[in-house]
Write a protein that binds this ligand. Structure first.
Ligand SMILES: Cc1ncc(COP(=O)(O)O)c(C=O)c1O
Length: 341
């Protein structure tokens, strides 16, 4: 049986044209800084986000972990959102790799405000860990691809500056936020010391993320990348996929968002949409199952030909992507009606 796969936007396969770009890539040894395409990719993303420098890394997880390691000391505290990727899905990395404690705060739709953060700040007293870093996520994955409102980011950044706290953005899907909001990528990035952008999600590359920041921060992250075993050699073949994605797969994210909206409308009609439809802003649709039977529903969807992702016992996630066609959209709507109707 061939399945329609809506588990994640990471399931895409490189297109023929992307594979050709990878095949034709000129390569060098990136540990010596001699891979031209890696250098080009890093600088292009840094420029796009208005930062000095960039660092190509294997994954979004490594990128976030390098950002934390480069901007904290062991014993520090990092504020993040309770449902963030950093707190939930990075294997406890901050504790081991940076020796920091995370202070997760639960926020509506994953959107932490400056009020919440200022209330959570520790007093400057020997009893407390010192807050050094605030991490935000845009778009917010577990909240359902929600776009972080820029004015909220501005307020958080203003507060962080007043307290000399650094700001990191987990922008695994930042380009989805950019396409949805119509804002320039740098409008978001300007408020952060470091930004991580993934090429392997909606942008359709097989692997890779880029961490950007000022030259000094990226130099520190470079050293930690080596220490964490992330130094890679002839990876121009991967950078070529990333460059191809930047050239060809950004504008088309609008199509993924359109498909997600159509799926969300049907889920809403069937009474299973988690949030108000206005919150389906990008490529993620969250379904709610108050009965707590998502494992059973996953199997029913699979039997009908649709792969979905179980978030927890009450939530299922659908993610649209490059390999999800208009024909598959029609079939998915029929499956949703059959299984949920
Ligand atoms: C918001 C967010 N950040 C980071 C990551 C980590 O990316 P990777 O799987 O490349 O480590 C993901 C993965 O889905 C994500 O959704």
């Amino acid at each position: 049986m061939t399945y329609i796969d809506l588990r994640s936007d990471t399931v895409t396969r490189p297109t023929e044209a992307m594979r050709t770009a990878m095949y034709q890539a000129e390569v060098g040894d990136d540990v010596y800084g001699e891979d031209c395409l890696v250098n080009e990719l890093q600088q292009r993303i840094a420029d796009m986000l208005g930062k000095e420098a960039g660092l190509f890394v294997p994954s979004g997880t490594m990128s976030n972990q390098l950002a934390i390691r480069s901007q904290t000391q062991p014993g520090d505290e990092v504020i993040c959102e309770y449902n963030s990727h950093i707190f939930n899905y990075e294997g406890g990395g901050p504790a081991l790799l940076s020796g920091v404690q995370l202070h997760p705060l639960l926020a509506d739709y994953g959107i932490l405000t400056s009020e919440q953060i200022s209330e959570a700040m520790r007093p400057t007293d020997h009893h407390y860990a010192q807050t050094r870093l605030i991490c935000l996520e845009n778009t917010h994955n577990r909240a359902g691809g929600v776009v972080y409102p820029l004015p909220v980011i501005e307020e958080v950044a203003g507060f962080a500056t007043s307290q000399t706290i650094s700001m990191h953005l987990d922008g695994a899907r930042l380009m989805n936020a950019v396409i949805s909001s119509g804002l320039d990528p740098s409008a978001y990035a300007d408020h952060f010391d470091s930004v991580s952008l993934c090429l392997s999600k909606g942008l359709g590359a097989p692997v890779g993320s880029v961490l950007v920041g000022d030259a000094e921060l990226i130099d520190r992250a470079h050293r930690f990348r080596k220490m964490f075993g992330g130094g890679m050699r002839q990876i121009g073949i991967l950078a070529a996929a990333g460059i191809y994605a930047l050239d060809h797969h950004i504008e088309r994210l609008a199509e993924d968002h359109h498909h997600a909206k159509i799926l969300a409308e049907t889920c809403q009609e069937l009474g299973y949409l988690e949030n108000d439809i206005a919150w389906t802003q990008t490529n993620i649709v969250l379904l709610a199952f108050p009965e707590g039977n998502t494992a059973e529903m996953e199997l029913k969807f699979k039997a009908a030909g649709l792969l979905v992702s179980v978030v927890n016992d009450q939530r299922i996630r659908l993610v649209t992507h490059l390999d999800f066609s208009k024909e598959q959209l029609q079939s998915s709507l029929e499956i949703l009606k059959k299984v949920l109707g």
